[in-house]
Design a protein around this ligand. Sequence first.
Ligand code: G3P
Ligand code: MG
Length: 249
Amino acid sequence: MAAAPFWPCPRWIAHRGAGTLAPENTLAAFRLGAAHGYRAFECDVKLSADGVPFLLHDATLERTTSGRGKAGDQPWAELSQLDAGSWHSRLHAGEPLPTLAGLARFIQANGLQLNIEIKPTPGQERITGQVVATHTASLWQGQAVPPLLSSFRPEALQAAMQAAPQLPRALLLDTLWPGCFDVAGQLGCTALVTNHLLMDADLVARARAAGWLAMVYTVNKPDDAQRLLALGVDGLITDAVDRFAPSPG
Ligand code: G3P
Ligand code: MG
C-alpha cells in the first residue's frame, strides 16, 4: 500500500468551530474560534437528500435547528431555510446551516486548516464518504494543505479512500474495538483520533510504530490537556477555545 498522505497536525483544533460558545457547526462558530486565535477546526458533515454536503452533528434536526425530523431526508433547498442559531442564543438567531463549500471559502480565505468528520446519516455511510471526499478534493484543489477526513465509520473512510486516495484520513475511536488497528492500517490512515480517555503511553507508542499521528477529542480540562501533552499527543480537539490558547505547531 502507498504511504499514508501527510497532514501537518496542529496542536490545537477547535471542536465544531468554537465548542459551545457559539452555535456548533455554523460559520458564526468558526469566526469566533478564529477570533480566539484558532487556526484549525473540526466540523461534522453529512448529506442532504439531494446530495449536498453540509454541516450538522446529529442525524436529526431538533436539537440544533428550527427543523424537525431526519436531516438526510430533506433537500438542501429546505435545509438552507432553517435557523441553526436560535437554539443557542438570540444573538445568533437566523444563523443558517453552512454547506461544506461555504465553509471551504472561509477556511481558505483565512489560511486555516480543517478536520472534516464524515458523520453519515445511519445507512448512508458509503455514499457520504464518497461524496464528501469528492467535494473536498475539488474544493481544495491547488491548496497547500488539504483537510483531514475522519470518521467513526470505516465504510465511510473506505469510500473516501476510493474516491480521493490523496486526502489524509483518520479513524475515530471511542473504544478500542477488536481489529481497529488493522482497519486503520487497511484504510491507509494518517492519524488515529481517540476519545482522550483512551490515550495512554502504549497507544501513543502503537501509533508512532504504525506511522500514525496520535490525536484526541474532546479535551476541555487543563489537567487532561497536561497529561496528554506530556504523553506527546500530536493534536487535541477542544471545545474550550476561551481556555486553551493555541500555539503554532
Ligand atoms: O471529531 C472528533 C469528535 O467531534 C467526535 O465526536 O460526537 O463530537 O462528533 P463528536
Ligand atoms: Mg465531530
